[in-house]
Design a protein around this ligand. Structure first.
Ligand SMILES: Nc1ncnc2c1ncn2[C@@H]1O[C@H](COP(=O)(O)OP(=O)(O)OP(=O)(O)O)[C@@H](O)[C@H]1O
Ligand SMILES: [Mg+2]
Length: 392
């Protein structure tokens, strides 16, 4: 048995070989299902080998489709290849550097220029960076991960970065933006000026299908779990289920980790389909809990109305019925009700967040209406969760 520094024996896991492999921060040796995106990306980077400038690039795809993983893997490789050259890569996560100012603060630091973290006019930061870059004679590739975030406040960041090239000596110096966005229509949302100066080569990351998720999960299971402690059927189950609902690899890996934890807690010698099922429920419940905490009050009321109707045996409540139940709930909570139209909008938002599923019902007693068919967890569990956090 292993011993911890303080002398007490650690519990050796029966199922896990290395739990870190099942964490989000782990970068696996290969990325199954992303071969074509990697190939495309490398082809777009290849002019750098001849010291030529490259076009701006945009990765787009929903959450958990491997965008950050691909960029990190290729970056590690390229940084080694281009060591001691005039090619330089800079990775910036815009969820932290979430304004144009903060990004230019970081860019200035590449050249050892320290500017105050706030307070200067943006143009001063821009000019200092531009001066330093044009003197440096390097080709700089700036990866802006989660670029959706600063772009919500306007297009200054992208616009100012992507027009720099026209003022540089292209023979020796250039700046390329590799933007990474999980808003699928990111480009359509940019204003005309930013779109035409950015004008990237787009690499699309579709959601993973069941076979791809299976390959991703098998890799994690082989590296992170002990031999003979997991059934392939459990992996197939998770892959099929997640492919149907989102194609999100992060979620699939979370479910696998949770399933292994459940199997371990139950003292089981093997991770089975049954553990996988329980893990999906548990992960969904966590997600609903988190979502509820960040939902505005009336969204919670609408969700509560839906859970109540479904729990009372109404299999597919329509918008009208949900609205009536919502009115009762607002009255009980002494809140001013929103209009039916607004509640209908909230039902759409809850659907796109994946908390409920809806379907159009044609030609029923009320003509064509939208009906709710299910929730992310069982309605009874949802009621319990809403009761414990929602309306306090
Ligand atoms: N093809 C793959 N093979 C192995 N692991 C993968 C693959 N794609 C994604 N993953 C893993 O899934 C998780 C999510 O992937 P990643 O962070 O790259 O998603 P993303 O597209 O950047 O999502 P977001 O838009 O939310 O930032 C990570 O832990 C990553 O290692
Ligand atoms: Mg990412």
């Amino acid at each position: 048995m292993e011993t911890l520094p303080f002398g007490q024996p650690s519990i050796v896991s029966r199922i896990f070989r290395d739990k870190r492999v099942l964490r989000d921060s782990y970068l696996p040796p290969t990325l199954p299902g992303r071969e074509s995106q990697i190939e495309e990306f490398e082809a777009l980077l290849s002019p750098l080998h001849y010291n030529e400038p490259i076009t701006h690039i945009l990765f787009v795809g929903k959450t958990g489709t491997g965008k950050t993983a691909v960029v990190k893997q290729i970056l590690a490789r390229k940084e080694a290849e281009f060591k001691n050259s005039f090619i330089r890569f800079e990775y910036i996560n815009c969820s932290r550097a979430n304004t144009a100012y903060r990004v230019f603060y970081k860019l200035n630091r590449i050249f050892g220029i320290l500017v105050p973290p706030s307070g200067l006019p943006f143009d001063v930061l821009y000019d200092r960076f531009f001066e330093a870059l044009s003197r440096s004679k390097i080709r700089l590739v700036v990866i802006l991960d989660e670029i959706d975030i600063p772009s919500r406040r306007g297009n200054r960041l992208l616009y100012s970065l992507s027009r720099i090239n026209s003022e540089l000596d292209e023979e020796t110096t250039s700046l390329t933006v590799v933007g990474i966005a999980n808003t699928v229509n990111f480009l359509d949302r940019l204003d005309e000026r930013a779109r035409s100066s950015f004008n990237p080569s787009v690499i699309y990351f579709p959601p993973y299908n069941a076979d791809e998720l299976k390959a991703i999960l098998l890799q994690r299971a082989r590296l992170g779990l002990r031999d003979g402690t997991w059934e392939e059927g459990a992996i197939n189950y998770i892959a099929a289920k997640i492919a149907r609902e989102s194609g999100d690899a992060r979620r699939a890996i979370d479910v696998l980790r949770m399933a292994a934890e459940i199997a371990e807690k139950e003292n089981s010698i093997k991770l089975t389909v049954d553990h996988a099922k329980k893990a999906i429920d548990a992960v969904n419940e966590q997600e609903l809990g988190l979502a509820i905490r960040s939902l505005p009050l009336h969204h919670r009321f609408v969700l509560l109305a839906i859970a109540k109707l479904l729990a009372s045996g109404d299999e597919r409540p329509g918008t009208g019925k949900i609205y009536r139940s919502y009115l009762t709930i607002t009255r009980m909570n002494m809140a001013e009700p929103l209009t039916m139209r607004r509640v209908s909008g909230i039902i759409n938002e809850l659907t796109s967040q994946g908390l409920i599923e809806t379907k159009m019902s044609y030609g029923g007693a009320y003509g064509n209406t939208k009906v709710v068919t299910s929730m992310i967890v069982s309605p009874k569990r949802a009621l319990k969760l809403l009761g414990s956090i929602a309306l306090r």
